[in-house]
Design a protein around this ligand. Structure first.
Ligand SMILES: [Fe+2]
Ligand SMILES: [Fe+2]
Length: 363
């Protein structure tokens, strides 16, 4: 029965019903979770690693029915079942629950909050989740699918960021900001910044929270621009229009200060630097190279992707996959102009990897 549902190689894995696992015993076998979207198994715990009961409960709430493990550990599993015969159906103690609206978010939140995982393990899980989700971008063609996918991405981002905000009492700021920036472009930029960051190995909760908030706010200065200017593609603006347009950067910072929104230095840098370029030809300050924060460079890449999609770069609207391809060509010369070359190449590699996952899944 299961073979019909799952496409990965069955010879190597067996399934473990979640109800058969005990929450207080360490397990002498690794645990994987299957993500249907990209037909991918993600290693969440090595053999012997803890999976605390609140996490087990968390996965049950996400209606996860079974984990998977490697066949070579089947004897350990049978022995474990013998030793823990009464686990089935045992109610788990009430525990603090995490926010997660999808299995992907559950995996990411688990990794970000798991004290028992090494940094390397966390990064592996986060990378797999991100590139798995991004692989769905290459098949989207119509706008309805597009809306649905980015809604999912944004929910994922919010769930991930929520785990960091708890520790920072920044939650109310986040809610305020969401009200200020209802624009689709902000949502796309924020969720793609987080996807890129997770996909290339960032696993620091504060970094991700600042990145997401800064990306949501990066164009907050648009509120002060004439609305008719906001529909003119960047490359089609007259010099006069462009002069007004570029003022959105400083206007954004002024607006935040005027409204006394308590933003972090990193968020301010994102607002200020998202149009700076690696070669120093950006605006408003013409900052060069490594003076630019990593946050703002990531947001700048995601921002550009958003502009390729919504047509506000050159008047051409593109589906996500074409926008990613346009992004790839945007700064691919031997002399980087816009972005830190290392960062840009790593993000481009992530895009390529997730496209390949998508073609493999389709086969
Ligand atoms: Fe901008
Ligand atoms: Fe933007």
């Amino acid at each position: 029965m299961e073979k019909k549902k799952y496409n990965f190689s069955h010879e190597q894995y067996f399934s473990i019903p979640i109800d058969k696992l005990s929450s207080d015993k360490s397990r002498p076998f690794p645990l994987f979770i299957y993500l249907e979207q990209n037909d991918h198994l993600i290693l969440i715990r090595f053999a012997g690693d803890e999976l605390p009961h609140e996490k087990l409960q968390f996965y049950k709430q996400k209606k996860l029915e079974s984990f998977w493990s490697l066949k070579e550990f089947q004897n350990e599993w049978l022995k474990y079942l013998d030793e823990n015969p009464n686990t089935n159906g045992n109610p788990l103690p009430e525990q603090k629950t995490y926010e997660a609206r999808s299995l992907e978010a559950a995996l990411a939140v688990d990794a970000l909050t798991a004290k028992e995982l090494s940094d390397e393990q966390k990064k592996e899980v986060l990378k797999s989740v991100s590139s798995g989700m991004m692989s769905s971008l290459s098949t989207i063609k119509d706008p309805a699918q597009f809306q649905e996918t980015f809604k999912k991405f944004q929910e994922f981002t919010e769930d991930v960021v929520q785990t960091a905000l708890e520790s920072h009492e920044m939650e109310s700021v986040y809610d305020q900001i969401k009200k200020l920036t209802e624009l689709d472009h902000s949502v796309v930029t924020s969720s793609m910044s987080v996807m890129f960051a997770l996909g290339i190995g960032y696993s620091d909760k504060d970094f991700l929270a600042n990145l997401s908030i800064g990306a949501l706010m990066h164009d907050v200065g648009f509120i002060e621009l004439p609305t008719n200017l906001l529909t003119v593609p960047e490359t089609k603006m007259t010099p006069e229009q462009f002069a007004v347009y570029r003022s959105h950067v400083q206007k954004g910072v002024d607006l935040v200060q005027k409204n006394k929104i308590p933003i972090t230095t990193q968020v301010k840098e994102i607002i200020l630097q998202h149009h700076e370029k690696f070669d120093g030809t950006g605006y408003p300050l013409g900052l060069k190279g490594f003076k630019l924060s990593e946050h703002s460079q990531l947001v700048s890449i995601a921002d550009r992707f958003g502009l390729f999609m919504n047509g506000l770069y050159d008047g051409v609207e593109r589906p996500p996959d074409a926008a990613l391809q346009a992004l790839k060509q945007f700064d691919s010369g031997s002399t980087p102009r816009y972005y830190s070359p290392e960062l840009f190449l790593t993000v481009m590699q992530l895009i390529e990897d997730s496209r390949q996952q998508s073609t493999q899944t389709k086969k």
